[in-house]
Design a protein around this ligand. Structure first.
Ligand SMILES: Nc1ncnc2c1ncn2[C@@H]1O[C@H](COP(=O)(O)OP(=O)(O)OP(=O)(O)O)[C@@H](O)[C@H]1O
Ligand SMILES: [Mg+2]
Length: 394
């Protein structure tokens, strides 16, 4: 192998996807960082709403680091991983212990100091890395006790801020809409407590539209108007391109500008999709191909890698939904109920189309854009249908 190729083969792929990114793998979002930091510092609750894998968690953890550097304690909980209300009590209390304990203080002392008035006493566990967590074993305590316990826990950040003479503490609830699945009263209970808190700002992050609507947008939603909505867009095209090109260059595989732009245009600058496509573009970057072929090959590799997930999405779609998905790719998403569209795409009666589109929306596979067009949300799923189903590629 020539030395140059060997050196390049030894470097690691600089593009990360599918998980939280930080440090030099995190780009831009400067304006968002500043705005979110300012709002939370000032006591404003915020609601960050964005599609899956848009970079919500990476961004808020960056905000967390900024706030902490400025002396504001921040608790973080991912609600997606909370299967029951009893577990919520454990996880939230553990997150508070993690965030609000002063580093010089022993966890045992913190628990005695802050949770002594609690009806249910927690058990403190230290794992092998010395990381402390709390458990109330509240599942066995009975429903009224669990309600009372949760209320005490919800109140705790305000109590801690006052006792510690902190002007502000911040609580991040990531994927908070999943709490809707733990019972209808839970978010009402949360609202009842947090609306009186003077020293706590909440950052609520969510992506599942159906649940979000019921949690914050419907007329009688439990968290209606509790937070400033902060919609998160894709990454700015120019900055994202500069970031990607610099990483191709630094890893010994420089690419022409138009290849990177072609990639960004394909993904619409969706953060995760773009990094994933760049990851595979980096793999093929040394092949003797034209720019266009390079990008197309990289996308084919993404589709190969994601084939299992795509196939599941396809298998889970009833025939009317499949027909409609194909029609959206082939004929676009406008006027789908019109007779000529239905005839051309072989969709059957309008009521069938209506039911199929509603199911696809409920499954979060399709979106109705403000322009009135229906679109497939996942760019790679759309391309998979185009290449594999319509084009018959293997
Ligand atoms: N600021 C950024 N700079 C570069 N890449 C980013 C950025 N934000 C997100 N990404 C890309 O998106 C991926 C997903 O990021 P992250 O997990 O933060 O998103 P999320 O919206 O929280 O996703 P999920 O819906 O799975 O919770 C990252 O692995 C990375 O590839
Ligand atoms: Mg996330």
């Amino acid at each position: 192998m020539p030395a140059r190729v060997k050196a390049a083969a030894a470097t690691t792929n600089p593009f990360r996807f599918g998980r939280i990114v930080s440090g030099d793998a995190f780009t831009d979002r400067e304006a968002d960082l500043l705005a979110l930091e300012r709002e939370l510092r000032g006591g404003q609750n915020i609601l960050i709403e964005a599609p899956r894998r848009f970079g919500k968690t990476s961004l808020i953890l960056e905000v967390k680091r900024h706030l902490e550097a400025g002396g504001i304690p921040v608790a973080y909980l991912d609600c997606m991983l909370v299967p029951s209300r009893a577990r919520l009590a454990d996880r939230l209390a553990s997150a508070y212990l993690d965030a609000f304990k002063n580093p010089a203080q022993r966890a045992e002392d913190w628990v005695v100091q802050h949770l002594k008035a609690f009806r249910v006493r927690p058990t403190l566990t230290l794992d092998s890395e010395g990381h402390a967590s709390l458990s109330f074993e509240a599942g066995s305590a009975g429903a009224p006790n669990l309600d009372a316990l949760l209320e005490q826990i919800f109140q705790e950040p305000e109590v801690i801020a006052r006792e510690g003479k902190k002007k502000r503490v911040v609580v991040i609830l990531d994927e908070f809409q999943d709490l809707m699945e733990l019972g209808v009263t839970l978010l009402r209970q949360l609202r009842a407590v947090i609306q009186h808190q003077q020293h706590v700002s909440y950052a609520l992050l969510g992506s599942r539209q159906g649940l979000l609507r019921r949690a914050v947008h419907d007329r009688n939603a439990p968290l209606l108007k509790m937070a400033r909505p902060y919609p998160l867009g894709p990454l700015p095209r120019e900055e994202f391109a500069t970031f990607l090109m610099a990483r191709f260059r630094a890893s010994g595989r420089p690419l022409p500008k138009d290849a990177v732009y072609a990639l960004i245009d394909f993904t619409g600058a969706h953060p995760n999709d773009t990094q994933e496509a760049a990851h595979f573009l980096w793999e093929v970057a040394l092949l003797p191909l034209s720019t266009q072929e390079l990008v197309s090959t990289a996308i084919a590799r993404v589709l190969d890698a994601e084939a299992a997930q795509m196939t599941v999405l396809w298998h889970d779609s009833a025939p009317a939904q499949r027909n409609l998905l194909v029609a959206l790719v082939e004929w676009g998403g406008r006027n789908i109920y019109r007779e000529d569209y239905r005839r051309r795409a072989n969709l059957g009666p309008a009521t069938t189309v209506q039911r199929a589109i509603q199911t696809l929306i409920d499954r979060e596979l399709v979106d109705l854009e403000a322009s009135g067009a229906y679109t497939i949300k996942e760019r790679f799923f759309e391309e998979w249908i185009r290449r594999r189903i319509i084009g018959g590629e293997l």
